[in-house]
Design a protein around this ligand. Structure first.
Ligand code: NDP
Length: 459
């Protein structure tokens, strides 16, 4: 990441777009290639393997990556891994399947019936403005009350998730793959909004990146908002809690990880309306990337720290606790304030004050596929004047603060920050391509006004 590379010029943005054979695309690219297909097959194959590898490393090899890799790739005859791959059913009982099904159905029930505000999503490329019931925090609260009651009455143990983790990994994978295929065939046979579908001409690419933008059942059951927010983000805090209860003696590092990650997940659920305007909901289509990602990657990879600490407790000094908390809270403040600035700015059509001064912006135009021209504004002051994705910097600081409580004896807990760097940097480029496709020359004016991508003066 050099400062030279991070200053985009007109030609640089145009190069990104010319990779798509000159077609300006708004939304997911409609152009794929053999290379992209190979990339998709690799992701579909290697992502579940990676989740399994880290799972085995934590629970069978004391967090040793080298031992796990040796057994994984060289000595396939060794116990757990061999058993897992050759007879996964051994780890799966009807009881675990029942827990998983009850969990998903309970979340679906809450999503549909717990009262919440009805909010509008961003206009889709075909010009639809979809309605969403935003009741995330209420659903989290009902889930928490139900879980506490169930534990108090002795119906379940607080460690129920941790105790059945291997079986749940299989259930989640089966669910994630089934959901991916269901959504692909739904897109072909009974799409919710046919004009917002994208076909690339390559089946595998379409299965991976999704065809439908906003698959739904009926008017209100939105697959994307449900799967990311409910089993995914709601599940995150409950998984962490279960691993905290599974620790023989609760450590202060486990408490810190639980607090920092709960701040993030509860923040998401309280600000669900804001989430409707983010790339995940507004632009990404629903394929393996989101369906399997929300079902498996999010619950199993975002909770690596709590899983790891349940087996390898770390006791932090007061100073270490304070420094990590300070990093996490500063990251959260940057994340929340920058996201709020853009949200308020867009809601009030630019009539807001940021840090005591009227917001500055660039007027931009775009066209929907029905031929209509729309006007939009791109904010260039407040945190959005420092870099084009200052909100990602906050997220990265917060992500690092989740990993540090685990100490430095293993790289496994740091997988999360490495993943977030790759995810958010890649997302930056993806967003730039999309926004250039949407706003054209106005986007270039914006890039010239705010030249840095994430970290001012560096990248
Ligand atoms: P942004 O919230 O930055 O949204 C980008 C979109 O906002 C653009 O596509 C464009 O959409 C609009 N936009 C871009 N620049 C401006 C501007 N200057 N003024 C007004 N609107 C602008 O990105 P994400 O949706 O990726 O991220 C949202 C948050 O979620 C971030 O804080 C990120 O860190 C977090 N996140 C966390 C993840 C995790 O797994 N933990 C994963 C992904 C995101 P339009 O078409 O409306 O103009």
């Amino acid at each position: 990441m050099t400062s030279r590379r991070s200053k985009p010029h007109t030609s640089e943005v145009e190069n990104v777009v010319s990779d798509q054979k000159g077609s300006l695309t708004w939304g997911r690219t409609g152009v794929a290639s053999v290379f992209l297909n190979i990339q998709c097959i690799s992701i579909v194959f290697f992502s579940p393997m990676l989740v399994l590898l880290l799972h085995v490393a934590i629970f069978q090899f004391g967090g040793s990556i080298s031992d796990t890799v040796r057994v994984f790739f060289i000595d396939m005859s060794r116990n757990f891994l061999h058993e897992y791959l050759s007879s996964p059913w051994k780890f799966l009982s009807w009881t675990v399947v029942k827990y998983f099904v009850v969990w998903v159905l309970f979340q679906a029930f809450l999503y549909m019936f717990v009262p919440g505000r009805i909010a509008n999503g961003a206009p889709t490329p075909a010009g639809h403005i979809l309605k969403y019931r935003v009741n995330g925090f209420q659903c989290w609260l009902v889930t928490m009350i139900t879980a506490i009651t169930a534990v108090k009455l002795g119906w379940i143990d607080a460690t129920i998730i941790a105790d059945n983790w291997s079986g749940l990994l299989i259930c989640a994978n089966l669910y994630g793959f089934a959901l991916t295929l269901f959504c692909y065939f739904k897109a072909l046979l009974f799409p919710s909004h046919p004009e917002d579908r994208k076909f690339s001409g390559y089946t595998l690419y379409d299965i991976h990146m999704g065809v439908e933008l906003n698959p739904r059942i009926g008017e209100m059951f939105d697959f994307k908002l449900f799967h990311n927010g409910r089993p995914g983000i709601v599940g995150w805090s409950f998984i962490n809690l279960s691993f905290a209860f599974a620790q023989p003696e609760l450590s202060n590092s486990m408490i810190l990880v639980n607090i920092l990650q709960a701040i993030y997940s509860i923040d998401y659920l309280c600000n669900e309306e804001w989430y409707l305007k983010t790339i995940d909901i507004a632009h990404d289509h629903f394929g393996f990337y989101l369906a399997w990602g929300d079902s498996v990657w999010l619950p199993f990879m975002y909770t690596l720290q709590a899983q790891w600490l349940s087996k390898n407790p770390v006791h932090l000094t007061t100073l270490e606790m304070f420094l990590i908390l300070a990093l996490g809270v500063s990251g959260y403040i940057i994340f929340r304030v920058s996201n709020n600035q853009k949200d308020e700015f867009r809601k009030k059509n630019g009539n807001v004050e940021l840090f005591g001064k009227p917001a500055k912006y660039i007027e931009a135009e775009y066209q929907t596929s029905d031929g209509k021209i729309h006007k939009s504004k791109l904010l260039v002051s407040g945190f959005w004047g420092l870099s084009r994705h200052f909100n990602y910097l906050g997220d990265l600081m917060l992500s690092l603060s989740y990993c540090l409580p685990c100490g430095f004896s293993s790289p496994i807990p740091y997988f999360y920050i490495a993943f977030m760097v790759v995810l958010l940097v890649h997302r930056c480029f993806r967003d730039e391509t999309r926004c250039y496709g949407k706003y054209g020359k106005d986007w270039i004016r914006y890039c010239n006004t705010v030249p840095y991508r994430i970290i001012p003066y560096i990248f």
